[in-house]
Design a protein around this ligand. Structure first.
Ligand code: SAM
Length: 441
């Protein structure tokens, strides 16, 4: 029995790719281990979106060098956005056996077959990894936007959409194996399908629209899958969010009231230098339209502080935008120059301690905002999809992606929809008591 060790950092796409790789490795008869020293095969799925992610990958690679020296039979592969200019990587990290492009799960399979000396035609094992209640499914790879700070396009290439049928088949399989909630993943899911041929006969398309399928069509197709309970999608580029998508997401009952809409900055000049393709006024208008169509929607955003040339006043504009729009979640990052990006050529002139001050100011503001949003939910009854037991309590999420814990011993709640009355709230999670204790698994 071959054993593998899998380490993943970065975006949800990386975690979804790792889940798919783990599935394939299980089919080949590999067993997962939590200890790299016990593994025959180590796979690192990596991220370089910021310098600190890249530093973690290098740290991990360096720490594995000794293991490889002691055990030359060990096979070590690295996939994900760290992979760039492979000959240079091979020279710098000669103890790595293979560098695999982001999301190339087929290359992982090929390598695993070689490691275990399996002929390609050998029937695969029936062993399958235990699936979570909620999981991500990539719908597109790469990105067509040219945000000046972002390395993703350089590492993952232009956007390529997976065909609707392929995604539906994968989701159907996952649901058949117990998954209840699917998150459709892409760097920018809103431009899904632009590169696909017009597959659908027009009569199957909503609103009589012609042309290639879009995310609204995909949502409608996935929505048809029996026993699937919830659908989410992320990330949404604001410039590509259509009225048709908002209307479809609002109309389909399985689609959750949860939108991830990165704003990055609250200042038009900074947005222009970032190459984002929208203004603050357009973003505000979009948020208003989403909130009107989906009352109570959970809105999340990403913000970069300390972008080259960001003045105190420009940071202040971002801060005020966050105060005004009251997001449910803000992922804030201090800008770090990325090799090969246009912004790398701009002077990185906001000192590190000032970037950190701005980052903390956003975090503190957001903690106050979300504490107050959540406090308004006290006493309300919310639908919670239970994912697992965690430290003696049941843990799940609301449709708006808020974490809720509750305590009841009567039955296994995994995968059940619980009606939970909120009895305690905080910025990061809420506690509740279950009102439908008789639900059967
Ligand atoms: N594609 C999405 C979008 O519309 O921006 C998100 C993808 S990116 C992998 C995730 C987040 O990392 C971005 O939203 C941005 O806030 C942050 N990020 C990307 N490049 C960065 C950089 N050079 N420095 C700091 N943060 C960065």
């Amino acid at each position: 029995m071959m054993r593998y060790y899998l380490w993943t950092i970065g975006c949800q796409m990386n975690f979804a790719d790792s889940r798919r790789a783990a599935e394939e490795l299980a089919k080949l008869g590999f067993q997962e281990t939590d200890h790299p020293q016990d593994a025959d095969f180590i796979l690192l799925n990596t991220c370089v979106v910021r310098q600190n992610a890249e530093d973690k990958v290098v740290g991990r690679l360096t720490s594995l060098q000794g293991l490889k020296r002691r055990n030359p039979e060990l096979r070590l592969a690295l996939m994900g956005c760290f992979v760039n200019e492979i000959p240079a990587l091979e020279r710098r990290y000669p103890w790595v056996d293979a560098f695999i492009q982001p999301s190339d799960v087929a290359a992982v399979v090929k390598l695993a077959q070689q490691i275990s000396n399996l002929p390609r035609t050998r029937p695969t094992s029936r062993v399958r990894v235990l699936l979570p209640i909620s999981t991500g499914v990539p719908i597109s790879y790469g990105c067509d936007h040219l945000c000046t700070y972002c390395v993703v396009r350089l590492r993952r290439g232009p956007e390529i959409s997976r065909p609707v049928e392929e995604i539906v088949t994968e989701v159907r399989d996952l649901v058949g194996r117990g998954v209840k909630e699917i998150t459709l993943l892409g760097q920018n899911v809103n431009s899904y399908g632009r590169d696909l041929p017009p597959l659908f006969p027009p009569r199957l398309r909503g609103g009589g629209k012609e042309g290639p399928p879009d995310l609204a069509d995909l949502l409608a197709a996935v929505h048809e899958i029996n026993w699937l309970v919830r659908i989410r999608f992320l990330t949404s580029h604001p410039a590509d969010m259509t009225g048709r998508l908002i209307e479809t997401a609002a109309r389909l009952p399985k689609v959750c009231e949860h939108i991830e809409l990165p704003v990055q900055s609250g200042d038009d000049a900074v947005l222009r230098r970032m190459g984002r393709g929208y203004t603050v006024a357009q973003y505000r208008d979009l948020v208003a339209r989403i909130r009107e169509a989906m009352p109570g929607v959970g809105l999340a955003t990403d913000v970069i502080v300390g972008f080259p040339g960001e003045t105190e006043a420009q940071f202040g504009a971002t801060y005020r935008l966050l105060e005004d729009l009251c997001f449910d979640m803000v992922h804030v990052a201090a800008y770090s120059p990325r090799p090969g990006t246009p912004a790398e050529r701009l002077p990185d002139d906001v000192p590190p301690e000032e970037k950190e001050r701005r980052r903390r100011a956003v975090d503190d503001l957001q903690e106050r905002i979300v504490a107050s949003i959540n406090a308004q939910l006290l006493g309300q009854t919310l639908e919670v999809l239970v994912e697992e037991r965690h430290r003696g309590k049941w843990r799940g999420r609301t449709r708006t992606n808020k974490l809720v814990f509750f305590d009841v011993d009567s039955q296994d709640w995994t995968g059940q929809l619980a009606q939970v009355r909120i009895i305690r709230t905080g910025p990061w999670s809420m506690q509740g008591e279950v009102l439908n204790p008789d639900v059967q698994s």
